[in-house]
Design a protein around this ligand. Structure first.
Ligand SMILES: *[C@@H]1O[C@H](CO)[C@@H](O)[C@H](O)[C@H]1NC(C)=O
Ligand SMILES: *[C@@H]1O[C@H](CO)[C@@H](O)[C@H](O)[C@H]1NC(C)=O
Ligand SMILES: *[C@@H]1O[C@H](CO)[C@@H](O)[C@H](O)[C@H]1NC(C)=O
Ligand SMILES: *[C@@H]1O[C@H](CO)[C@@H](O)[C@H](O)[C@H]1NC(C)=O
Ligand SMILES: *[C@@H]1O[C@H](CO)[C@@H](O)[C@H](O)[C@H]1NC(C)=O
Ligand SMILES: [Zn+2]
Length: 433
């Protein structure tokens, strides 16, 4: 059985849980909110009364393990597909696909090529195939045509559009004559400021307070629209952030001639494509170059990262230790905060809170970590239809299932191949009996 089918099996196994809900499945609403780069422990840095209100009246998981690489696009696509990067195909913010002979780059906003997104099917499409409507305010990928579809309502990406405007759209869609049942809302901070200031900076305090105020604004608007008591709100993030420094730079030019390779993605996971016939030379030059750089041939990438089985993963990846920065030349300059490192590191972990009729009240789960043994995708499996689609067509139009897909995926992405009973154990404590 492939890992994808196992995932489907686990959601099916979770179905009886959902039937115990006292809710009308067709009235379920879910709003999934991501504050980019909100590290799990930011909640305790400064007073965050709105986040704490949600926790007290809802559920929280203190430590959720996200996926490798701990970057924005890979993790946001995991949140809406339930798949590891090697399975959903968005393996980095900057990619090259040798089969397509095409590049993808967040830095250049060259992200609109559908083919990069179509190894999976995101939840907003699965939801619509089931007869419902989805609405998205800037969530990564929601303004890209994927499998010939867009969300019923979406905003073309524009970083200058305020949080308030995004919230206004979400509320409008949830309360319109033909309302959405699934909303996705994205905000760029505290990631932007975390990169700029570094997470250890005392100036991050006001940045976190500002996010708490934004959550307060969202809650106020949901209450005003009579949505607060009926909507299931999930507040999460893609990854955390760690402090970097000019004292911790690994300069590739010191070890490797630029003419020998292309640098597809930079720091902290350098994706290296050696030029024709130069693989051995590049690998030998880098393998023992720096004590804080671990260099993997593609086939040596640890299984636990669920990362190697995709064409878009380059022949060599070089992974920096936490807080270390990879540059070709120091003169390129660095950011004081970064993420992308090993997803086992606590500083890479995001927040997870939820509130609404489906959730228990005032419930905390300490950690959700991957089980010790997990399967992995094999080459060729990703050519199959994604599990989200599989689940969608199998289970049809019950929004509770949509809810479960989001929910499970999030809770423990890495649990995909685990036993169904384990899945139930993981999610059950958070849900209303
Ligand atoms: C890949 O695309 C580039 C242009 O982007 C082109 O010059 C090159 O010939 C293509 N390679 C192959 C193998 O098609
Ligand atoms: C982005 O949004 C800002 C603020 O709403 C607006 O002034 C600007 O014209 C928008 N840019 C594009 C390209 O739509
Ligand atoms: C880095 O760039 C600077 C300025 O361009 C140059 O002087 C220096 O030699 C470069 N360092 C390496 C290791 O190539
Ligand atoms: C960097 O490498 C040194 C030498 O191996 C090691 O002692 C140190 O712990 C490493 N730093 C990190 C952040 O892992
Ligand atoms: C929440 O739970 C904690 C510990 O389980 C308890 O001390 C606290 O009084 C509860 N708060 C509310 C508002 O129920
Ligand atoms: Zn970032």
């Amino acid at each position: 059985m492939t890992s994808k089918l196992l995932c489907a099996a686990f959601v099916l196994a979770a179905l009886p849980l959902s039937i115990t809900f006292s809710l009308q499945p067709d009235q379920q609403k879910v709003l999934l909110v991501s504050f980019d780069g909100f590290r799990w422990d930011y909640l305790y840095r400064v007073p965050t009364p709105h986040f704490h209100h949600v926790m007290k009246h809802g559920v929280r998981v203190k430590q959720v393990t996200n996926i490798f690489i701990t970057k924005t696009y890979p993790n946001h696509y995991t949140l809406v597909t339930g798949l590891f990067a090697e399975n959903h195909g968005v393996v980095a913010n900057d990619m090259f696909d040798p089969m397509l002979n095409k590049s993808f780059s967040l830095d250049n906003m060259n992200i609109y090529d559908s083919e990069f997104w179509e190894e999976a099917t995101p939840i907003w499409i699965t939801n619509q195939r089931a007869g419902h409507a989805s609405g998205a305010a800037m969530w990564p990928g929601t303004d890209v045509k994927i499998h010939e579809s867009f969300p019923a309502h979406y905003m073309p990406y524009n970083a200058s559009v305020s949080f308030e405007e995004r919230v206004a759209k979400i509320i409008e869609w949830f309360t319109s004559k033909e309302p959405i049942n699934l909303g996705l809302l994205y905000w760029e901070d505290p990631d932007d400021m975390g990169h700029h200031l570094g997470p250890d900076s005392p100036l991050m305090g006001p940045v976190i307070s500002d996010i708490d105020n934004k959550l307060g604004y969202l809650m106020q608007m949901l209450k005003k629209a009579n949505l607060w008591d009926t909507l299931n709100l999930i507040i999460t993030s893609d990854h955390g952030m760690t402090q970097c420094s000019e004292e911790r730079v690994i300069e590739l030019d010191q070890y490797l001639d630029r003419d020998l390779y292309l640098l597809i993605d930079g720091s902290p996971v350098a994706a290296i494509l050696p030029k024709e016939g130069k693989f051995d030379e590049v690998y030998e030059a880098l393998a023992h170059a720096h004590p804080n750089l671990t260099v993997y041939k593609k086939e040596e990438i640890p299984e636990r990262w669920h990362y190697k089985y995709n064409n878009r993963v380059q022949p060599i990846i070089a992974v920096a230790d936490e807080g270390w920065y990879i540059l070709q030349n120091k003169s390129e300059g660095l950011m004081l905060g970064n993420h992308g490192y090993d997803n086992a590191l606590a500083e890479m972990h995001p927040i997870f809170l939820a509130h609404g009729p489906a959730f228990r009240k005032n419930f905390t789960k300490e950690a959700m970590s991957p089980p010790p043994h997990r399967g992995h995708g094999k080459p060729g499996e990703r050519e199959q239809e994604s599990n989200a689609y599989f689940i969608g067509v199998t289970l049809g139009s019950i929004i509770v299932i949509v809810f479960f897909i989001i929910f499970f995926k999030h809770l423990i992405l890495s649990q995909i191949p685990a036993l169904p009973s384990m899945q139930g154990e993981i999610a059950q404590p958070l849900l209303q009996a």
